[in-house]
Structures are given as C-alpha cells and as structure tokens.
Design a protein around this ligand. Structure first.
Ligand SMILES: *[C@@H]1O[C@H](CO)[C@@H](O)[C@H](O)[C@H]1NC(C)=O
Ligand SMILES: *[C@@H]1O[C@H](CO)[C@@H](O)[C@H](O)[C@H]1NC(C)=O
Length: 411
C-alpha cells in the first residue's frame, strides 16, 4: 500500500530529474475580451458611413504632414464606425467601468460621453484642456491622471485620460481606448501642442507590467450583429489565436500613412496586379477594405461587379461569385490571401445593412482618390477578421499571421 501511494510521487520526481531545464512557462499575458457592435446611422447608407471615416483618416494624415494642428483639421470619425469593438475598462479606485471603443486610428483615451466620470482618491486633474476633433463628433474636456484597470492584473497607476465636458456623436458608449501610435496624441493638449501623451500600451510597458510595447488583436468572422469574439492582448501575442508565424513589416516611411499603423503592400487579384507596392494603413475602425480609385476600378473590371445603390457596396451575381479569384495582399514578402468567401459581406447580415438577403456584396470599397498620394489603401476590419494582427510600437512595425478563420467559409 505504501509503495503504491508513493509511486506517483516517484514518477513525478523522475520526470523532473530527466528534464532539468525549466519548463517553458507561457508568458503571463492578459487578454481582454472585445464585444462587437453594429452602429448603423440611418441617415447614411452603410458604405457611405464607412467611407466617411476612410476619407477623414486620409485628410487628417495629410493635414498632420503639412504641420497643421489637430484642432484645425478633420480627424477620424471613430464615432461613425459601422462595426465597433468595445472593451470594458475600469477607471479609479474603486473603479467605475466604462464601455470604450477600441481604436487603432486614434491614441487618446477618454471617458465621460455616456457614463459621467466618477472621481475617486486616485483621480488627479492636471488642469490641462484636452480635445480631439473627429470627422463627425468631438470631445473636449480636462486631462486627469487616474488608475486604469484594463483587466485584473493589467493596471496602470497613473494613466492620462481625457474627461469629457462635452462630446458629440458618441451615443451608446462612454469614450475611447486609443491604441494608435503615440504621435497621434500630438496637439491634443491644447496648451502644450507638442506634448505627446503615452498610450495605455506605452504605460504598461514603461511600468514593466508587460514585456513589450505592443498590442495584438484577434477578430473572428461572424454572422451575427452583436457578439463577444474579439481579443486584445497587451505586451505579447496569444498563440492560441493564430497559425504559423507572424510576419512583421516596418511602419512605412511614406506620409501620411506613416502617422498611423501604416505599411507598404502590393495587391493582386488572381495573378493581375491591381496595386503596385505602395503605402496605406491598417485600421480596426474601418469596416471595409479601401483601395485607391485606380486599383478599385481594376478590381471592379476584373470581377464584373456593379455598385449597389441601397448598400453602397459592390454587388456580384452568383456566376461572378463562382468565378471570383483570390485577392492577395503582399506584405513583408508574404502573401495574405482573401479567398472569394472572405471578399463577400456575410449574407446573413445583408438585411442589416439595407441589402437584399440573397444578394452577394463585396467588402472592397473605393477610397475615392488615385494611388500615389501616400495613403492608397486601408486594410480594415474585413481584412483583420481573417488575420491576427500585431501593433508593435517598440519595434515600429505591424505583424500579421493566418488564423483558423483565414480560409473559413463563413459568409
Ligand atoms: C515603403 O515604400 C516607400 C516608397 O516606395 C519606400 O521609400 C520605403 O523605403 C518603403 N519601406 C518603408 C519601410 O517605408
Ligand atoms: C443609383 O444612384 C445613382 C445616383 O443617385 C443614380 O444615378 C442611378 O440611376 C442609381 N442606379 C440605380 C440602378 O438605381
């Protein structure tokens, strides 16, 4: 009896002895769940609403590259995101929970649009006025520092946050968790135009809470309007969410894409080049994939698609769908392919965007300006739901990897 009961212990000891090297411990990374939400603005069709953000992102970048201050320019209309991802973020101690839009296209974190800011012992006003003007909305208020809890164990003791005294067009949310490049905060402190505000990612890294100054995002294709199927990981990547290795590409040096998560890429449809290597951006808050007008025209011609007036999207027939070829994004020497199924809007959501239930709509849209302007594409959410993405501030690069959903038939 004694022998039997000792046996497991002995085996365990042997196993430890046989492998003296420390067991690989998974990095202690903490991920936040992201909830997806549809926000359709009745006054605009689906694609017009999305295109408004795309154009504003480009205009804002151009203004920044001309040295205009941010309150003089149109910034990105995050509030107009057709599909937004929301994270529940705690501010203060004890914390009040705010529902914040997670945005890679802006970098200020602020609260107070819906739920009013609740001051606690950790709240401290810097007295600095802060404001961001978005394409169709804005917030302005005062800068505070406060304790921000992104998840249990993922706490920033003194995060700069904007506390809105006024905000426009942020119905149903409390503010923004800005995880764009830090440079986008320039000019948002209205009295100190050149001061940059460290983002939540920067502060987690400088405090040693996370091992790298980066954030990784997992989205999954979905056929329902509201769902919690995204994941935000600070400081590392979640290997359970991607397959193979991550391909990194440097932030482009081409302005104005360089103000955002901008990269160089080329695009082919089948074997036909529709966009030669050029700069554009990766953006979680843009729903569709945007191409410079000449590349868009080439895609329309190659697919035979027509513009659908109700949705503002391209529409194809079933025969054209059957003949649809892969759309290939060549990034950092690797090809990331959107299969025909990944190029169409989920048919179960057609009526949600004003479409006809059995019609087939494409997720590629027109940026409205020709290539060669330093901002020639946007790889939006419909791209990111097929590839894991990494936004690496520390190494000034963006990474992509395939996922179990890359070639899945979901739409
Ligand atoms: C991106 O493309 C531009 C224009 O061709 C080129 O100057 C630059 O070296 C490329 N790479 C990066 C990282 O910007
Ligand atoms: C779509 O809208 C445009 C502009 O409003 C109009 O000229 C065109 O005739 C419409 N097409 C269809 C098929 O309704």
């Amino acid at each position: 009896m004694l022998v039997l009961s000792l046996l497991p212990t002995v085996l365990l000891a042997l196993r430890v002895a046989a492998s003296p090297a420390p067991v690989v411990v998974r990095e202690n990374l903490i991920s936040l769940p992201l909830s997806r939400k549809f926000n359709l603005d009745g006054s605009l069709n689906f694609a017009e609403q999305d295109a408004k953000r795309a154009r504003a992102l480009k205009a804002n970048g151009h203004a920044k590259s001309s040295g205009l201050s941010s309150d003089a320019v149109v910034s990105e209309p995050v509030s107009n995101q057709v599909v937004s991802y929301i994270a529940s973020v705690g501010v203060g101690s004890p914390a009040t929970t705010y529902e914040l839009i997670v945005d890679t296209g802006s970098s200020n974190t602020w609260v107070g649009a819906g739920q009013a800011y609740v001051k606690t012992e950790t709240s401290s006003s810097t007295g600095q006025p802060v404001s961001v003007t978005y394409g169709s909305g804005s917030f302005s208020g005062t800068e505070f520092t406060d304790e921000v809890t992104l998840a249990p164990g993922l706490v920033i003791s003194k995060q700069s946050i904007g506390v809105a005294s006024t905000s426009e067009d942020f119905e149903g949310v409390d503010g923004i968790l800005g995880i764009g490049p830090t440079d986008l905060t320039e000019g948002t402190l209205t009295r100190e135009q050149t001061t940059l505000i460290p983002t939540v990612t920067d502060n987690l890294f400088s405090a040693g809470t996370i091992p790298s100054d980066l954030v990784a995002i997992s989205f999954e294709p979905t056929t329902v309007e509201a769902v919690t199927n995204g994941e935000l990981t600070f400081g590392g990547t979640d290997a359970s969410k991607f397959t193979g290795s991550i391909t990194f590409t440097p932030i482009t040096s081409t302005s104005p894409a360089s103000f955002y998560w901008g990269i160089n890429e080329s695009i082919t449809y089948g074997t036909t080049t529709i966009l030669s290597t050029t700069a554009g951006i990766v953006d979680t808050g843009t729903t569709l994939i945007y191409l410079a007008s000449n590349a868009y025209s080439a895609y329309v011609k190659a697919t035979g698609a027509v513009l659908d007036n109700n949705t503002g999207l391209l529409r194809i027939t079933s025969a054209q769908f059957a003949a649809l070829k892969n759309l290939n994004f060549n990034i950092g020497g690797v090809t990331f392919t959107l299969t025909p199924n990944a190029q169409i809007w989920p048919r179960s959501l057609n009526t949600a965007i004003g479409g006809v239930s059995n019609d087939i709509y494409l997720v590629v849209n027109n940026l409205g300006t020709p290539s060669g302007e330093g901002f020639d594409f946007i790889n939006g959410y419909t791209f990111l739901e097929r590839f894991y993405s990494v936004f690496d501030t520390g190494n000034k690069r963006v990474g992509f990897a395939t996922t179990p959903f890359t070639t899945a038939t979901t739409n």
